[in-house]
Write a protein that binds this ligand. Structure first.
Ligand code: PXP
Length: 239
């Protein structure tokens, strides 16, 4: 069965807006697991804009399902990953000014560095995934690094409006998916997936893991807001 990794970065984003202690992503991870998540995904960015070192440490102690750490291919974060030892690390590109991870990792352009980091992480027992655009050149290079999995970036599929563009992008993702599976690697996908667009991606043969954040956290606010207001009204009812 396909595994769902829930990306809880946005729980921490909301906390950081006020630099306070709530909402706590650790609580978000517990609720996600209770909801059936197969994995908890967090991105420890170099600028610590949402998830921080404390979160990653506590999540390592508390998450019972797979802990997947998204990370840039840089020495500081590699050191933390080797120390904390998530079950899986997903190497992603990172630019400080971006709103979210905007493209796949340019593994073809920095092959030696990525290959070295893949080995460092694998040597301490971490499963390594690379987040790549559905481009043959990148997938070929990714396979050569010795990684365990490739997560295909579905952002372009998710933002395409025209049915032909959506179908073309789906074909591109399926085609590179065949290459990943043929090389004996795990096939993952993620970015921009929602309740409306996830099924065609889930149907791709041998798709093993989907990582979804924004849409699930957005929906959580909507399905939980009524209860939260009722609880506050209840607290105030005698005054
Ligand atoms: N997969 C990767 C590698 C990502 O960087 C992200 C965003 O942090 C996601 C999945 C989740 O994307 P979204 O929040 O759009 O569901």
């Amino acid at each position: 069965m396909i595994e769902l990794g829930v990306n809880i970065d946005h729980v921490a984003t909301l906390r950081q807006v006020r630099r306070t202690v709530e909402p706590d992503p650790v609580w978000g991870a517990v609720l996600s697991e209770l909801g059936g998540a197969d994995g908890i995904t967090v991105h420890l960015r170099e600028d610590r804009r949402h998830i921080n070192d404390r979160d990653v440490k506590i999540l390592r102690e508390t998450v019972r399902c797979k802990l997947n750490l998204e990370m840039a291919a840089v020495d500081e974060i590699v050191g933390i990953a080797c120390d904390v030892k998530p079950d899986q690390a997903t190497l992603v590109p990172e630019r400080r000014e971006e709103i979210t991870t905007e493209g796949g990792l340019d593994v073809a352009g920095q092959f030696n560095n990525v290959q070295k980091i893949v080995k460092q992480l694998k040597d301490v027992g971490i499963v390594v995934s690379l987040f790549l655009d559905p481009e043959v050149r990148q997938i070929e290079a990714g396979i050569r690094t010795g990684c365990d999995a490739i997560e295909i970036h579905t952002g372009k599929y998710a933002t395409s409006k025209n049915p032909q563009d959506i179908s073309d992008e789906l074909s591109r993702i399926s085609e590179v998916g065949v290459m990943v599976v043929g090389a004996g690697l795990r096939l993952h996908a993620g970015h921009g997936l929602t309740y409306h667009n996830v099924l065609p991606i889930a149907k791709i043969p041998k798709m093993l893991e989907l990582n979804i954040g924004h849409s699930i956290i957005s929906r959580a606010i909507m399905v939980g807001l009524k209860n939260a207001v009722q609880e506050m009204k209840q607290l105030l009812k005698n005054f």
